[in-house]
Design a binder for this molecule. Structure first.
Ligand SMILES: Nc1ncnc2c1ncn2[C@@H]1O[C@H](COP(=O)(O)OP(=O)(O)OP(=O)(O)O)[C@@H](O)[C@H]1O
Ligand SMILES: [Mg+2]
Length: 281
C-alpha cells in the first residue's frame, strides 16, 4: 500500500520505523528498466529489488549505470521503459518530491550540505518549521535534530549548533544520513558514502549504515569498496554495461565472485529476482 507522508512536519519526533511493523514484502521493486541518453544506452532491461530492513549494495564498474538507476528511483531521470513498485503498488516517480513523499531519500556523494549553516539548519534545510508569525520554531527543530542523531547513536558531534564546516568528513556524512532518515524515510540511498573518508571515519559511517537496517529502514549502498560492501550488505546487485550481472547473498558469496561479475560476468537477465547468484538467463 502506498503510504503518504502527511503534509508538513509530523506531529511527533517518532521516526517511520518506530511506528510501523516490518513485513516480508519487498519495499522497492524495479522491473525491466531501460534508459538511454541520446545514443548512450545507460540501462537495459534492469531488475532491482530492495527488501525491508536490508542493505542492498549496488556495484559495478565506472559507467555501469548505478547512478542512472538511482536517479530513476529518485525521480531525477524518467525511465524510458520499465515499472516501479513500492510496497507492491505500481508508482510513478516524476520528481524528487514524489520520491520524498514515498519516503525515498538520497544522500548524494557531494552531500549538498551548506558549510556555513549549523547542523540543525542543515537537517531542516528547505523543510524548516515556522510558527504563525513565520518565525523559525528553533526549540522543536533542535530537539528533533538531537533526537534523530541520538537515535542513530551519532555521539561525536559536540554541538548541533556548530557550523558543518567545522565537522570531520565522517561527521558530515552522519549529518547527511541523519537528515535523510529524519523525514519518515523508508528507503535511504547512499551514493559512495565513504569515498572521501579515512579508515576510522569509514567505520563510523558503516556502523551507521548497519544501524539504519537494524532499525528497519532499507538502504541502497553504492560503493566501489568491496570491504565496505562485505561489512554491511545483505545482498549485492551487480550491474555491468547497464545490465544485470548477478545478485549475490553476501553470506553465500566471495569477493572474487563479485569482482568477476563486475569485470567479466556475463550480463544476464535476472528474472523474478531470485536473490541468489547464477540465476538462469
Ligand atoms: N546525463 C547524462 N547524459 C548523457 N550520458 C549520461 C548521463 N548520465 C550518465 N550517462 C552515461 O550513462 C552511462 C552510465 O553512467 P552512470 O553515471 O549511471 O554510471 P555509474 O555506474 O554511476 O558510474 P561511476 O561508478 O563512474 O559513477 C555512462 O556511459 C554515462 O556516460
Ligand atoms: Mg555514479
Amino acid at each position: 500500500m502506498r503510504r503518504r507522508r502527511p503534509d508538513g512536519p509530523p506531529p511527533s519526533v517518532l521516526l517511520w520505523y518506530e511506528t510501523h511493523p516490518v513485513s516480508d514484502q519487498p519495499l522497492l521493486e524495479l522491473r525491466g528498466v531501460s534508459k538511454s541518453f541520446g545514443s548512450v544506452q545507460a540501462l537495459t532491461d534492469v531488475d532491482f529489488e530492495v527488501r525491508h530492513g536490508e542493505v542492498m549494495a549496488l556495484v559495478g564498474d565506472n559507467g555501469a549505470g548505478k547512478s542512472t538507476l538511482i536517479k530513476c528511483i529518485a525521480g531525477i531521470h524518467p525511465m524510458d521503459t520499465g515499472e516501479m513498485l513500492f510496497d507492491g503498488t505500481p508508482v510513478s516517480i516524476n520528481n524528487p518530491k514524489d520520491a520524498a513523499r514515498l519516503g525515498i531519500e538520497v544522500v548524494y556523494q557531494d552531500l549538498a550540505l551548506c558549510d556555513n549553516l549549523d547542523v540543525v539548519q542543515n537537517m531542516f534545510l528547505g523543510r524548516e518549521t515556522h510558527d504563525r508569525f513565520q518565525r523559525l520554531k528553533e526549540p522543536p527543530m533542535e530537539a528533533k535534530a538531537a533526537q534523530t542523531l541520538a537515535g542513530l547513536r551519532v555521539t561525536t558531534i559536540s554541538s548541533i549548533r556548530q557550523a558543518v564546516a567545522t565537522l570531520s568528513g565522517g561527521q558530515r556524512q552522519s549529518v547527511a544520513v541523519a537528515r535523510a532518515v529524519m523525514w519518515n524515510s523508508r528507503l535511504v540511498i547512499l551514493d559512495e558514502p565513504t569515498a572521501a573518508l579515512g579508515v576510522a571515519q569509514t567505520e563510523q559511517v558503516l556502523a551507521l549504515v548497519n544501524r539504519l537496517a537494524e532499525q528497519g529502514l532499507s538502504v541502497v549502498l553504492i560503493s566501489h569498496n568491496l570491504h565496505d560492501i562485505f561489512e554491511t550488505a545483505t545482498r549485492i546487485t551487480v550491474l555491468r554495461l547497464g545490465r544485470n550481472a548477478g545478485i549475490f547473498e553476501r553470506t553465500k558469496t566471495t569477493q572474487e565472485e563479485v569482482v568477476h561479475a563486475i569485470t567479466a560476468g556475463k550480463p544476464t537477465k535476472v528474472s523474478g529476482i531470485p536473490g541468489t547468484q547464477g540465476a538462469p538467463a
